[in-house]
Design a protein around this ligand. Structure first.
Ligand code: GLA
Length: 385
């Protein structure tokens, strides 16, 4: 099983002291996420159901009096410093995720003083587990506290998303930042991306004798940005052609598909409409405490992403197929697609064996070795010290 990098608050306090020669005011954390079900539905005003991981970004921070922000990443081993004059959308590098949050707060008329920040993350990067949303939400939580800003959880998620959309330039929906901010331990978050209604749904896999295996296919996903934007554009085009505000509003799928001219766009719409319906079914399954009944929904979601939305890649399909062949109850890709992770619903004690079988199938196919761990539904962004 993949070993977790040590990422605790005390070690970060030590690192902060070593870097700045003083004590941090506090330590804050925000997690990565997996999405249980509801993919590419968020920007269609639809439904999602992610849960937060125990893997998270930690930040130790204290104010500075020269009005600049100095950020050290223990992951890259580098320190970047910027001031208010540097806060221009389009900034390059990992520091854009930090600077973007300062920018979004200031744009929303919050006053943000300079600060030293030291951060460390054990959320795998580029794996579709929302390492960037975790970073944005950790920075936001730290800066909100340091500056005594009264900002409710949902508004925090929206500010973090705005920094990602406008400052970093990635046209994502709200799911990742909502998950990192609003999730609670032991629950999945049922979130309505139109009304912002959020429900914490009990997700106690252990008492059902089950667990969620997360397998990172480690696929280089070069196409993710352009293909993500293309999927989003197709959905918007379809909604315009159908005369609805968003694909969420389609009530008769067959009639909608009949009206559309192009077979590709028909498939895109079918994915979004059926995926929204699967989230609603999944919520009912969890409310009834019947976790094993998620399995066919996970399988159907994967098939829809593979055949209709066309966002899977051969490594992801092989991982899902092998997981099922080796006894997983159900499995699907999670996240934006074109690589990244799959999740599989497995009986307790089977995760290691299934993870190893997938690794063997990757070796046989000539793919790079994957990594895996079991997911623990964890708390959203918070102050630790
Ligand atoms: C990425 C985006 C999210 C969402 C998913 C797909 O994670 O950041 O907003 O669209 O892809 O469900």
């Amino acid at each position: 099983m993949g070993r977790r990098v040590s990422n605790d608050a005390d070690s970060l306090v030590e690192a902060f002291r070593a870097r700045t020669g003083r004590q941090p005011t506090g330590v804050w954390a925000a997690p990565g996420r997996v999405n249980l079900i509801g993919e590419h539905t968020d920007y269609n005003d639809g439904y999602v159901m992610p849960f937060a991981l125990e893997q998270r970004v930690l930040i130790a921070s204290a104010p500075r009096d020269d009005g600049s922000w100095s950020v050290t990443s223990l992951n890259t081993g580098s320190t970047e410093t910027f001031s208010a004059a540097d806060l221009e959308p389009g900034m390059a590098g990992w520091q854009a995720y930090v600077a973007g949050v300062v920018w979004a707060l200031q744009e929303a008329a919050h006053s943000v003083a300079g600060a030293d920040l030291v951060l460390n993350s054990d959320v795998p990067e580029g794996a579709g587990l929302s390492s960037s949303a975790a970073l944005e939400c950790a920075v936001l939580t730290a800066l909100a506290d340091l500056n005594e800003l009264q900002i409710a959880g949902l508004e925090r998620a929206k500010l973090a998303r705005r920094s990602e959309n406008v400052f970093v330039g990635a046209p994502t929906g709200l799911m990742d930042q909502a998950a990192s901010t609003l999730c609670t331990a032991g629950h999945a978050l049922f979130f309505d991306c139109r009304t912002d209604a959020a429900e914490q749904v009990l997700f106690d896999t252990t008492s059902a004798g089950l667990e969620i295996l997360v397998l990172d296919t480690k696929t280089p996903h070069a196409l993710v940005d352009s293909e993500y934007a293309a999927r989003r554009a197709s959905c918007e085009e379809a909604a315009a052609l159908l005369g609805v505000p968003a694909l969420r509003d389609i009530t008769d799928l067959d009639a909608a598909v009949d009206q559309l001219p192009d077979p590709v766009i028909k498939r895109r719409v079918r994915h979004v409409v059926t995926e929204n319906a699967r989230v609603l079914e999944a919520v009912n399954v969890l409310r009834a405490g019947a976790i094993a009944d998620l399995a066919p929904l996970l399988d159907a979601s994967h098939e829809s992403m593979r055949d209709d939305f066309e966002i899977t890649v051969p490594q992801v399909d092989l991982a899902v197929q092998t997981a099922r062949a080796c006894g997983a109850l159900g499995a699907r890709m999670t996240g934006g697609g074109f690589g990244g992770c799959i999740i599989a619903l497995v009986e307790v004690g089977k995760a290691e064996q299934i993870g190893r079988a997938i690794a063997e199938s990757f070796t046989a196919a000539g793919y790079a070795p994957p990594a895996h761990f079991t997911a623990v539904p964890s708390a959203g962004a918070q102050r630790l010290q």
